[in-house]
Design a protein around this ligand. Sequence first.
Ligand code: NAD
Ligand code: ZN
Length: 435
Amino acid sequence: MTIQFLKSATEQPAQTSADISDTVQVMLARLRTGGAQVALDYAQRLDGWQGDISVTSDQIAQAVARVPQDLKDDIQWAHENISRFAAAQRATAQDMQVELRPGLIAGQRQIPLSAAGCYVPGGRYTHIASALMSIATAREAGVPDITACSPPNGAQGIPDAMLYAMHLAGATRILCIGGVQGIAAMAFGLFGAPPADILVGPGNAYVAEAKRQLFGPVGIDMFAGPTDILVLADETADPEVVAVDLVGQAEHGATSPVWLATTHKPLADAVLARIPHLIADLPGPNREAAEIAWRDLGEVALCDTREDMAQFADDRAAEHLHVQAQDLPWWRDRLRAYGSLFLGEDTSVAFGDKAAGPNHVLPTSGAARYTGGLSVHKFLKTVTWQKVDDRARPDLARVSAGISRAERMEGHARSADIRLDPPALSTRIQREAQG
Ligand SMILES: NC(=O)c1ccc[n+]([C@@H]2O[C@H](COP(=O)([O-])OP(=O)(O)OC[C@H]3O[C@@H](n4cnc5c(N)ncnc54)[C@H](O)[C@@H]3O)[C@@H](O)[C@H]2O)c1
Ligand SMILES: [Zn+2]
């Protein structure tokens, strides 16, 4: 594989620092023992929030009334796509049963979790789409109790459009609290929420680390780092579109890697020349984030062949993988490591982030090597059952006892023996001894 880097990253992708890890550990320990009072204290200290944590139905109704109708329409349209996709996914998760031998029947059931905690990031941006992605997916999976939490945006609390999206997507209750204290509220069951069975949703490094530390007694969707994108482009791609797409994702934050791989040097040169101008044209804080992300983590790789590009993509295992090249069926069949794949120039990661339907909560930092993103499956337990009748019982008893004794597990062997027909000698002797 021949790859030449026309631009290389100057920094390593961010890891969760020991500082963040320590801070989160101390916060969770305090929250575990101090509960709601400590959570209120953090909400005030970190986010300046003095209001109530639980959002009332009156507050939701007032917020809904304030959201402009055209924004409501957009959120509804996106919500329909996201829920339809999740519903179609739910239909693929089937109960089943199979007769493995005459008299030996086994099956699986899909059981929704009882309570989900959906973290919806606030902070720098108002992540309306993240509310839809987590909550609507939990709802379509059949989770009966869904808590959604998000940090306050100054004194106004959770922004109106966010409340609208959370309510539309089907949150059972909404808590105005963010960060570690928000995650703890859902994990420990504060402010009227039941303790969550699973914590899902993106968030900053504190949020991700809190989920990671709580994992075990409670489930999590995944450990999510900074968002990343890889664009694969050949000579048919439009450099302007490629450059705009890369800059678009760089605005997520200074730690978000954006990568381009191409077989066409003129395209790479044009994109490299164009990106600084596009970044300079972004509004203030978005520009600062994109500037640093591109400077420190941006990469452009020139590949000999499309197979080299595909191998590069498999090695990176990008969160978002966007192919802007000809022969899309070849790419769809060939690529095997990504959170979500975007095929062709007519689609965009921005479409997927906001409105298209497949989930935008995706594995980052190479985790796409071993997992996909958030889906109804994360809210379902695939559990199994088995049932045996007289036809299969003697064979199962004989084989299980044999394997148990080979493993030196005599107790297991006796559970098998006692079901033999006729019972094994050791079981008979015990029975007779007991009269
Ligand atoms: N991959 C995706 O699907 C996706 C989608 C949307 C957002 N995101 C990510 O979500 C994140 C949003 O981050 P954000 O910070 O804007 O919002 P956030 O809601 O994740 O975090 C805000 C909270 O962080 C806490 N916090 C901030 N500084 C702290 C400190 N020093 N100590 C303890 N707690 C502190 C505060 O309590 C605050 O409520 C970004 O990293 C973004 O990339 C990812
Ligand atoms: Zn994005």
